[in-house]
Design a protein around this ligand. Structure first.
Ligand code: C5P
Length: 262
């Protein structure tokens, strides 16, 4: 059976709301992504235990970024929960990423579960060259330099033992060329033609992101907050799956800029 590449971001303010969404979407997605809002509201062990009932892979999007010892402790705890993927920021450094990978194995072994694959976040898909320049800590004068920075971070992640990266669709092809076929590329910043971009900046459609070489897509608001003309979250997920299979997208309205709504 063909794999469903969609990990839906269950970005909801409480566990009941997230589980309601999970119940509706379980037949239509390939996995669930749980992130900072839900994990900090409901508590990671509760969230993972409740979602495990659906039998789908769980991406624990904790985006850890701290000193190696602290990140190792966090990843060890997450690994014990039995999730499929967890992640750290590549900008935390090679030692931190190596510590995370080792901790994933230690935690899983202690709990008798399969270790999660550790993914590294390269550069957040919400950041533009202008944002990075304003931060003043990285020399990113243009889009080409951003691509180079992302690929360098991906290579460091691979060397540290990470199984893949979380990266913008626009960087997939260069990461794939640098890191090879086996390296997982998980892509947020995915937007069908019929939604706004919201706070995501470096975006692409689901179809194009997969064609560029992404293995999986993380999609939140286009599915979880669909506009009335799209209908329910399940309808939005189905529409995206059809578009991935090549059915032409039905344009709805105009794609918004940053901060634009659905
Ligand atoms: O609603 P939207 O489709 O923008 O949701 C994207 C999800 O992917 C969010 O939960 C966000 O935290 C996550 N994410 C991201 N960019 C990354 C890593 C994760 O947008 N680099």
């Amino acid at each position: 059976m063909k794999k469903n590449p969609i990990f839906v971001a269950l970005d909801r303010p409480d566990l009941d709301a997230a589980l309601q969404l999970a119940q509706e979407l379980a037949p239509h997605v390939g996995g669930f992504k749980v992130g900072l809002e839900l994990l900090n509201t409901a508590g990671a062990p509760h969230v993972v235990a409740a979602l495990r009932d659906y039998g789908l892979p769980i991406f624990f999007d904790g985006k850890f970024h701290d000193i190696p010892n602290t990140v190792a402790g966090a990843v060890r705890a997450v690994a014990r929960l039995g999730v499929t993927w967890c992640n750290v920021h590549a900008a935390g450094g090679s030692a931190m990423m190596r510590a995370a990978v080792a901790a994933a194995h230690e935690g899983a072994e202690a709990a008798g579960v399969v270790p999660p694959a550790v993914l590294a976040v390269t550069v957040l898909t919400s950041l533009t060259v202008t944002d990075l320049q304003q931060l003043g800590v990285w020399q990113i004068p243009n889009d080409a330099a951003l691509q180079t920075a992302v690929v360098t971070l991906a290579e460091r992640a691979q060397a540290a033992g990470c199984a893949g990266v979380v990266a913008s669709p626009q960087e997939i092809a260069t990461i794939r060329a640098a890191c090879g076929r086996e390296f997982l590329i998980v892509t947020p910043g995915v937007r069908p033609t019929w939604t706004g971009s919201q706070d995501q900046a470096r975006i692409m459609t689901p179809h194009d992101a997969l064609a560029a070489g992404a293995d999986y897509l993380v999609i939140g608001r286009p599915i979880t907050n669909p506009s009335p003309d799209v209908g329910t979250p399940a309808a939005a997920a189905q529409r995206i799956l059809q578009e991935i299979d090549g059915t032409p997208p039905l344009p709805v309205g105009e794609r918004g800029g940053r901060g634009g709504g659905l």
